[in-house]
Design a protein around this ligand. Structure first.
Ligand code: SER
Length: 608
């Protein structure tokens, strides 16, 4: 069965069950400042979920089905492995206050086992095990028990089986996922990132609204929002080992293999990875262009630039054209007439961008480096000093600038023969992303991403300031809990190079003594010069060890935990200083109320 047949069968099935088929919305969401790109099928239906619009009045139905174009930046760096994608199509069925959990589960089961004939013995389900005041999902459990043995119904907590909201606030709810067992004899169970399984379908029982403080309230109506990834489903139906072997990508990959400019290396694994990056990124780029995104250094345009340049980096010859690939892609995506309609303009824009990128590359990275050195004659990394002066050595700052402002990937720099301290540059990139994140999380729908340089435009010094304030924030959080009690919980945080801002739950003004005590506690830890350590461990283990985590975020199975002795332990992606005395002297500059039960502290650090 081809991908096109799967799309048709899906729509036909849900139409038979009284759903109205609606078109995919654009990859650039309309009137929704909380996200940059469409990441899920439910986004265009938010007003119906929230009860702001009446589906019967507007759509003449309470049941709809779509095949939605989605783009997620969260996995961009992993693309190249067998399963991660940026652009994908999401098959979905939605109920706005109409049918509920049992029917949604029954429909999904019938479609997979009776329409697609997937063997039931390879299917598993997960359900929500409960969290805080939200109870375990017994209804979903019972519904699954009609179809599956108990041993293949697995309960997970908030991080696995609760979805949404996309963006900072909105509708969300417990979910139930359908997983496909990839191996004959799995050792584990589905959930987290267990590679023995692949998640196919996410059924979300949207019944809550989450406000900006992370509090949940019941929505006026209970809704269903499901999402089934077409590429993964095609992989299972076509009995392939990974998404790139399906008929969705194969024509493109076959064409790519014929291009001399793509070239082969002596390593098959590396070549496969390069092919997949091109296939995923180019498919995404063509769809973004067709939805009106233009190359730029910010927002959606930066994402587009980044994926096209990363795809270009996979070609071994500098002079090449993407035209034959785009042509194949368009031929194989007839169901999206917007691609064909704009074929010439898409080709032209890609060619212009490639030309621009070539100029950046040819421009001689060497002369760029020279220019950088003129403006910062002393910018030399330790590695460079050790390696002795040679045109092939770059300081970490230089490599970072080439990456952040000129769009050169680290891969490309290495291929050009430059030597630099890669871990150090990666740390700088991570720091840079962290800074952009505060402003961008909202826009990126919390899906995280490296952001364009223009979103921060910070110097190295400023990045370092922010890193110090980030560690100061962990110290402050722990100090507040020690001084005021564990009712203190982080509610928000914002860092600029000048100051940190920390919002937390507490029901009264802090006294001067309390503020002083908190300041002293932080400064004590700074003076003690404690090591700031991190490790990646399973989420549950981190929580069991008492790490602070925030309800409103969706964590993966493996999480990064930062620890400062026995004083502070928090789930966090960093970046942080390595020793607390790098933070410098800490001073609270303001303490105020920002709503009932909510306080805000602003603080600064002085250079050590
Ligand atoms: N909104 C859910 C998801 O994106 C189900 O469609 O996974």
């Amino acid at each position: 069965m081809t991908a096109q047949k799967i799309r048709d069968e899906f729509t036909k099935f849900f139409v038979k069950h009284s759903h109205t088929p609606l078109p995919s919305s654009s990859l650039v969401p309309d009137n929704d400042p909380t996200v940059l790109l469409t990441t899920a099928g439910m986004q265009q239906f938010k007003p119906y979920f929230l009860g702001e619009k009446d589906p019967v009045k507007e759509l003449k139905t309470k049941r709809v089905t779509t095949i939605q174009k989605c783009f997620r930046t969260s996995d961009i760096e992993q693309v190249g492995d067998p399963s991660h994608l940026t652009f994908f199509e999401m098959l979905g069925n939605f109920s706005f206050g109409d049918y509920w959990k049992t029917e949604a589960i029954d429909l999904a089961w019938e479609f997979l086992t009776q329409k697609l004939h997937l063997p039931a013995s390879r299917l598993w389900a997960t359900v929500f095990s409960g969290h805080g005041t939200i109870p375990r999902d017994r209804v979903a459990e019972r519904a699954w028990a009609k179809h599956l043995p108990k041993s293949r119904i697995v309960a997970h907590g908030r991080s696995d089986n609760f979805w949404g909201p996309p963006g900072t606030t909105g509708s969300c709810g417990p979910s139930s996922e359908i997983h496909w067992q990839l191996v004959e004899q799995p050792q584990g169970k589905p959930g987290g990132d267990n590679p023995e399984f692949v998640e196919l379908w996410n059924l979300v029982f949207t019944e809550y609204f989450q406000d900006e403080r992370g509090r949940l309230s019941e929505l006026p109506k209970r809704n269903i929002d499901t999402g089934l990834g077409l590429e993964r489903l095609a992989m299972v139906v076509e009995q392939k080992n990974h998404v790139f072997e399906t008929d969705i990508y194969q024509p493109l990959i076959r064409q790519l293999r014929q291009l001399e400019s793509f070239g082969r290396t002596s390593q098959l694994d590396l070549d496969r990875r390069r092919e997949r990056i091109v296939a995923d990124h180019l498919r995404g780029a063509v769809f973004l262009l067709a939805d009106g995104v233009r190359f730029s250094n910010k927002d959606q345009g930066y994402i587009l630039r980044r994926i096209v340049r990363r795809a270009a980096d996979q070609f071994l010859q500098p002079e090449f054209s993407l035209d034959p690939l785009v042509t194949i892609l368009i031929i194989h995506h007839q169901r999206y007439p917007e691609l064909k309609r704009q074929a010439a303009s898409i080709q032209q824009q890609l060619a212009d961008e490639l030309e621009l990128y070539r100029r950046v590359l040819n421009l001689d990275v060497a002369s760029l480096v020279k220019k950088l050195r003129k403006s910062k004659p002393r910018a030399q990394s330790e590695v460079e000093v050790l390696a002795g002066p040679s045109h092939a050595n770059l300081s970490a700052d230089e490599a970072f600038t080439l990456y952040a402002t000129h769009g050169l990937s680290l891969d490309r720099l290495q291929r050009l023969g430059y030597i630099f301290d890669q871990p150090m540059v990666e740390r700088k990139i991570a720091a840079h992303q962290e800074i952009s994140r505060a402003g961008a999380t909202k826009k990126f729908g919390g899906h995280g991403l490296g952001h364009g340089p223009e979103t921060s435009g910070l110097s190295q010094d400023q990045i370092w300031q922010v890193t110090r304030l980030h560690t100061a924030t962990h110290l402050l959080h722990a100090a507040l809990r020690q001084a005021l009690g564990t009712q203190v919980r982080q509610n928000g945080s914002d860092i600029t190079p000048e100051r940190l801002r920390f919002d937390f739950t507490f029901d009264r003004k802090l006294t001067d003594e309390e503020k002083l005590r908190v300041e002293n506690l932080v400064n004590e830890k700074v003076k003690a010069d404690l090591p700031v350590k991190w490790e990646v461990i399973p989420y549950q283990q981190a929580i069991d060890q008492g790490a602070l985590a925030f309800f409103k975020e969706k964590y993966g199975d493996q999480v990064k935990v930062y620890t400062i002795n026995d004083f502070s332990k928090e789930l966090c992606n960093g970046p942080h200083v390595e020793h607390t005395n790098q933070v410098g002297k800490f001073k609270i500059t303001a303490e105020q109320s920002i709503g009932r039960g909510l306080r805000r502290i602003k603080a600064e650090v002085q250079s050590p």
